[in-house]
Design a protein around this ligand. Structure first.
Ligand SMILES: [Zn+2]
Length: 70
């Protein structure tokens, strides 16, 4: 998700519109703890798949459930 914002040192700048906030450098994406480790692991599978679909690495696979009307 952040691949295009990293520089050659694998860091990026956080710039605020508030003059009192100084510029910061980060090496990891912005995140907060919302899920337990089990739920994070489950969602991570889909995040990894979506990243590969968007950035290359796999094709988009669409399947329909047994009750789908399409
Ligand atoms: Zn959970």
């Amino acid at each position: 998700m952040y691949a295009n914002v990293y520089d050659s040192l694998h860091a990026y700048d956080i710039i605020s519109t508030a003059p009192s906030n100084r510029r910061q450098r980060r090496r990891k994406g912005i995140y907060e703890l919302l899920l337990c480790s089990d739920c994070e692991a489950e969602i991570s599978r889909y995040e990894d798949y979506a990243t590969k679909v968007f950035n290359g690495g796999t094709e988009l696979h669409i399947s329909h459930g047994p009750d789908c009307k399409l």
